[in-house]
Design a protein around this ligand. Structure first.
Ligand code: ADP
Ligand code: MG
Length: 437
C-alpha cells in the first residue's frame, strides 16, 4: 500500500455550547488516512461521526488539537476534501446536468466545457440518459448518484461520505454500494482515499479496508480493525462473519440516562432524536424472545437467534432503549422490569404500558401538543412533514412521521386517516393512561 499520509487528525477534541451547558462531543481523536485507503468510521448515533467529518472537511474547527492535511493544518474549508451527505440537497429547479455542473462552478470553472465534464461525471455514476431530468423525476438512489457526481466534480483527493446510503431503501442502497465499490476498486474515481461514516457494521465490512470503531459520551475511538478480504466481499464468507462478531464485541454500547435517550422535540433547542426505524410488533417479538432467556444476552448472537438482519435488529434495540424496555451495556442486552411486564402482559395492558412510555417521547409529545392546540384536534400530515423538514430531509421526514404514526396508533394516542392523510388525537387518548395510573 502507498504510504503517503493524506490526513492526520491529531489529538482533536470538540466541545459545543458554553459554560455550564458545554459538552464534549469528541475527545482526543487521533487517526491517519493514507493514499489508497477506504476507511470507515463506525459508531452509534450521537458519537460524533458527523462532527469529525465536518472538522476534516474544514466546515468547523476543533476546540483542541489539529487536523493536518498533507502535513499542513486545515484552516477554513479543506479544498482537498468533499462531503456526500445522507440525502443530497440537489437544486429542484436545476436539471441533473446543471446540478453537477454547479459542482464545477464551485471550483471556479465557468467555461462552456464544464458541461462536457459534467456529462462525463453523469455517465460515470450511471445516470446517462437522465442529464435533462429534474431531481423530482428521479428515484432516491438516482438522486444520490447525482449527488455523488456533483461531489466528484471538484475531484476531491479525500471523499468523505456521511451515511450516504442510509436514506435509501435496502435494494437501492445495496446497488449503489456495489457501483461505488466498482468505481473505487477499478480506479475510476478522481479520488485518492475515501472516509465513510456508517452505523451499519455489514456495510462497513463489505466496503472498507480499515474500520475505526467509535463510542459515545464523549465521542472517542474504541478500537480499529483491518479488513483484509478481496472485493467483492461475500457476507456468507466465514471471515466476514468473524469480523462482524469481533466488531460487535468491541461496540460497548450502553443505554443513556432517560433524558438523553429520548432527545429533544422538533423545533426546540438541541438535536431531535430520530425515532429508530422499527415497529411495535418487531419490538414485542424481541421482548418476548428476551423474556425466555436467562438475564443478559450477547447482542451479536441475537440476529441469528431471532432471524433478523443486524441492521434491523439494531433499530429495534434502539427503540427498546428509547421506550425504556431494555438496557444495553457492553454488548449485552437485558429486559428492564417494565420490559418484562410488557412481554408477559395481555394485549390491552401492553398498549397501556407502551402508551405511558411513548407519550414521553418528544416527537410523539410534539405531535400530540400540535393536535391539542388545533380546533377539531386534527391536522394534515403535511403540516408535520413541513415542520420536520429543517431537521430531516425528504424521505427521512416522511419515514419519521410513518414511525411516529405507527407507534402513536398502537398506543392509541394518535389516529391516522390514510386516505385523507390527516392526523388526529385518538378518541380513547388519555383513558388508557389514566386507567393505568
Ligand atoms: P453522529 O454523526 O455520530 O450521530 P454528531 O456528530 O451528529 O453524531 O453529534 C455528536 C454530538 O454532538 C451529538 O450529541 C450532537 O447533538 C452534538 N452536536 C453536533 N453538532 C452540534 C452543534 N452544532 N451544536 C451543539 N451540539 C452539537
Ligand atoms: Mg451523523
Amino acid at each position: 500500500m502507498n504510504d503517503r499520509v493524506l490526513l492526520k487528525v491529531d489529538h482533536v477534541t470538540k466541545m459545543f455550547g458554553q459554560d455550564k451547558r458545554q459538552f464534549v462531543a469528541l475527545k482526543d481523536i487521533n487517526l491517519t488516512i493514507r493514499e489508497g485507503e477506504f476507511v470507515a468510521l463506525l459508531g452509534p448515533s450521537g458519537c460524533g461521526k458527523s462532527t469529525l467529518l465536518r472538522m476534516i472537511t474544514g466546515l468547523i474547527s476543533p476546540s483542541e488539537g489539529t487536523v493536518f492535511y498533507r502535513g499542513k493544518p486545515v484552516q477554513g474549508v479543506n479544498p482537498y476534501a468533499t462531503m456526500v451527505f445522507q440525502t443530497f440537497a440537489l437544486y429542484p429547479w436545476l436539471t441533473v446536468l446543471d446540478n453537477v455542473a454547479l459542482g464545477l462552478e464551485a471550483r471556479g470553472d465557468t467555461s462552456k466545457q464544464r458541461f462536457t465534464q459534467a456529462e462525463k461525471l453523469v455517465d460515470l455514476v450511471g445516470l446517462d440518459g437522465f442529464e435533462s431530468a429534474y431531481p423530482r423525476e428521479l428515484s432516491g438512489g438516482m438522486r444520490q448518484k447525482a449527488g455523488f457526481a456533483r461531489a466528484l466534480a471538484v475531484e476531491p483527493e479525500l471523499l468523505c461520505l456521511d451515511e450516504p446510503f442510509s436514506a435509501l431503501d435496502v435494494l437501492s442502497a445495496e446497488a449503489l454500494r456495489g457501483e461505488l465499490m466498482e468505481l473505487w476498486t477499478g480506479g475510476k474515481l478522481p479520488t485518492k482515499a475515501i472516509l465513510m461514516v456508517s452505523h451499519n457494521i455489514e456495510e462497513a465490512i463489505s466496503m472498507a479496508d480499515r474500520i475505526i470503531v467509535m463510542g459515545k459520551e464523549p465521542g472517542h475511538i474504541v478500537t480499529e480493525f483491518a479488513v483484509d478480504m478481496p472485493h467483492p466481499r461475500d457476507r456468507k464468507d466465514p471471515r466476514f462473519e468473524t469480523a462482524t462478531d469481533r466488531i460487535y464485541a468491541a461496540i460497548a454500547g450502553h443505554t443513556l440516562p432517560e433524558a438523553d435517550e429520548v432527545g429533544a422535540a422538533p423545533g426546540s433547542e438541541g438535536q431531535t432524536r430520530m425515532l429508530p426505524d422499527a415497529s411495535v410488533s418487531a419490538l414485542a417479538g424481541l421482548l418476548e424472545h428476551l423474556n425466555g432467556e436467562v438475564q443478559k444476552v450477547d447482542i451479536y448472537k441475537l440476529d441469528s437467534e431471532v432471524g433478523l438482519e443486524m441492521s434491523e435488529l439494531v433499530q429495534i434495540i434502539e427503540m427498546g432503549e428509547m421506550i425504556g424496555f431494555v438496557v444495553v451495556k457492553e454488548g449485552d442486552i437485558e429486559l428492564t422490569p417494565l420490559g418484562q411486564a410488557f412481554a408477559e402482559a395481555s394485549i390491552l395492558t401492553r398498549k397501556e404500558l407502551f402508551a405511558q412510555r411513548a407519550r414521553r417521547l418528544p416527537m410523539i409529545r410534539w405531535i400530540m401538543q400540535m393536535l391539542h392546540a388545533t380546533p377539531g384536534k386534527e391536522l394534515p400530515r403535511k403540516v408535520f412533514y413541513t415542520a420536520l423538514l429543517p431537521e430531516f430531509i425528504d424521505e427521512l421526514a416522511e419515514r419519521q412521521l410513518d414511525i411516529a404514526i405507527n407507534w402513536g396508533r398502537y398506543a392509541e394516542l394518535i389516529d391516522y386517516d390514510d386516505r385523507g392523510e390527516m392526523l388526529s388525537l385518538a378518541v380513547s387518548n388519555g383513558k388508557a393512561v389514566a386507567a393505568a395510573g
